[in-house]
Design a protein around this ligand. Sequence first.
Ligand code: IPE
Ligand code: IPE
Ligand code: MG
Length: 259
Amino acid sequence: MPFLIFANQVPMDVKSSIHSGNIPKHVAIIMDGNGRWAKKQGEDRIFGHHEGVNSVREIVEACGEIGVRFLTLYAFSTENWNRPKEEVDALMELLVSTISMETPNLHSKGVKLEVIGDIKSLPLSCQLELKESMEMTSKNTKVTLILALSYSSKWEITNAVQQIAKMVEQGKLKADQVSSELIEEHLSTSKWPDPELMIRTSGEHRISNFLLWQLAYSEFYFTEVLWPDFRKDDFFRAILAYQNRERRFGKTSEQLSRH
Ligand code: IPE
Ligand code: IPE
Ligand code: MG
């Protein structure tokens, strides 16, 4: 009994339970719950977005620590343009100030910044800040941080289909040459492997127009934790949960255990 009490008091080291041989190469996160987090503190929604930046910093660092090579963060969806103007403006300002302040830190940690989404729809100040940060970090290889900004998956897939349709129209391609690989080549994520793991915080169980194609075989992890509270140990818990999944890709469990 005394031993049990003692054992309960020892905080479990989540990170050391992770198996280094089975780290997902790519993790995608729907960072949700900033507004609710702020409301719980009796604050404005914007306060939650500001606090959310600290979670981003920790999770990028956590990826570097365990060897996750690609991290895609859903930061602003196409649908988010429909939020009140004050919130959209504050988010864009936060984006500019965060990129500007965090770039040296990202750079020193070997992080390369990339973006996906309708970047041209962002304010010019955001576009310039992003461009500068991407140029500065372009040679880094430790972690690639992909920000999904003004992004929606239906927008991305529609663009890909339009590009392919043009090739067919110009006679460069026959319709029956359109393959899943060709579609993938025309998605904005073509340079990176598909995420093995998708995390959504704040207890919402939906995909909200995020990476519909790329998540075809990803493992999903949902947590009640609101994004500003989601820190390294929460991330490591998600990785552990991933490591306990059996990814069958349509096969049977018996087939997999034969190898
Ligand atoms: C996620 O938090 C951040 C963005 C979508 C920009 P929310 O702002 O959606 O917070 P909730 O879901 O309203 O709590
Ligand atoms: C999804 O969150 C978009 C981002 C996290 C950027 P939302 O909070 O906008 O999603 P819905 O509208 O609740 O599905
Ligand atoms: Mg939300």
